[in-house]
Design a protein around this ligand. Structure first.
Ligand SMILES: *Cc1c(COP(=O)(O)O)cnc(C)c1O
Length: 386
């Protein structure tokens, strides 16, 4: 089976983890800090906070921006459930904004429309979570403009997008957002096994996030409500969590970060090669706008039901049967039974639903060989009955 995504681990990655195993610290040591500095520097952000996974990153990001009962956050339905779940963890309400038909990212037109309606009934969102689907940045400049006009804060879900660029600047620089979240799950661009990072330029949020990932505890006397009782003293200021990354994970991340540009260049090569090989197929290929450099976490094609005799479902299951580990990203979140039970029963987001009825994620990862890619293309040709 050729999977849709896969990590790449080399000897240097392995040795960096072994070094940590022989050292004094397995967690809360110097490598975590080194990794955070390296991510911040790569992204051109002032601060980076590492956590145990991107779901945890999204959770404490939502808390840091004040989400709680009676607050409102919006995201797009074309995402992994973790994005909207993280809002619900805080007790806040979630709603969705439909996607654009070309990028499959949150639609700015739709967002504008929804903001006008929400303002009229006094239900404007407090936080927006744009998802950089497949590694392609959302239109952050426009989102930033609207955030100022309507007074909401922004968390970028860049789980797919480390190494991507927007207006020729790195995703994660937070020029147009308050916080930006990356995932280091093995299927993403770089991996720490499990792991995530939040970048920000805001010192207040940085300090709060550092506490929230570690029980709400501080050892900084300046932040305490009174003089420390002694050298042992710490204070818990908020209800935090144990969301820390280990030294082992950070060492792997630091080593992987050195390979990030190489990973993304290769993913772009594979995407360009697919574009070429599939250009006469009756499928819609990914489209990028000019100011975007995608990290190509995913390469998604859409089956054109008007041009193709086979149904989407048939093509998908045929590909799987013939050893191509295709996937579908994503089942629109509002259609999940849990979200239906929250009141999305009578709600429709037509672009997301249309997308879901046609999308297939083809294999794309650093170690995918040209010969394997050829096999994917040949098999797809057969499955489409061409
Ligand atoms: C993978 C992913 C997450 C969750 O990441 P984890 O590190 O697995 O918690 C959140 N949002 C999106 C869009 C993702 O793809």
């Amino acid at each position: 089976m050729i999977p849709y995504g896969k990590q790449s681990i080399n000897d240097e990655d392995i040795n960096s983890v072994i070094e940590v195993l022989k050292s004094d610290f397995l967690t809360q040591g110097p490598i975590v800090e080194k990794f955070e500095l390296a991510v911040a520097s790569y992204c051109d952000a002032k601060y980076a906070v590492s956590v145990s996974n991107a779901t945890a990153a999204l959770h404490i990001s939502c808390l840091a921006l004040g989400l709680k009962k009676d607050k409102i956050a919006w995201t797009s339905p074309n995402t992994f459930v973790a994005t909207s779940n993280s809002v619900l963890y805080t007790g806040a309400n979630i709603d969705f904004v439909d996607i654009e038909p070309d990028s499959y990212n949150l639609s700015i037109e739709e967002l504008k429309k929804r903001l006008v309606e929400a303002k009229a009934v006094g239900k404007l969102p407090d936080v927006l979570l744009p998802v950089h689907f497949s590694g392609q940045s959302c239109k952050m400049q426009e989102i930033n403009q609207l955030s100022k006009e309507y007074g909401f804060q922004v968390i970028e879900d860049a789980s797919h997008a480390i190494g991507a660029r927007y207006n020729n600047k790195p995703v994660g620089n937070c020029e147009y957002s308050d916080l930006c979240v990356f995932s280091f799950h093995p299927v993403k661009i770089i991996t720490t096994g499990e792991g995530g990072v939040i970048t920000t330029n805001r010192k207040d949020l940085y300090e709060l996030l550092i506490r929230l990932r570690s029980h709400g505890i501080t050892r900084n006397p300046e932040l305490m409500t009174k003089e420390p009782d002694g050298d042992w003293y710490y204070q818990q200021l908020e209800l935090g969590y144990n969301y820390r990354l280990t030294e082992l994970q950070a060492a792997l991340g630091l080593s992987q970060l050195k390979r990030l540009d190489e990973f993304v260049i290769r993913r772009n090569q594979i995407a360009e090669r697919y574009n070429l090989l599939l250009k006469d197929f009756p499928v819609k290929l990914p489209s990028l706008t000019e100011n975007i450099y995608s990290s190509y976490h995913l390469y998604v094609i859409k089956i054109d039901s008007f041009k193709c005799d086979k149904s989407h479902k048939e093509v998908f299951s045929d590909l799987r049967k013939r050893g191509i580990g295709v996937q579908l990203h994503y089942i629109p979140v509002h259609t999940q039974p849990y979200y239906q039970s929250l009141g999305f029963k009578n709600r429709s987001f037509p672009e997301s639903e249309a997308y879901y009825s046609a999308a297939i994620s083809l294999p794309v990862y650093f170690e995918l060989k040209d010969s394997e890619q050829d096999k994917v293309v040949d098999t797809l040709r057969e499955c489409l009955g061409l």
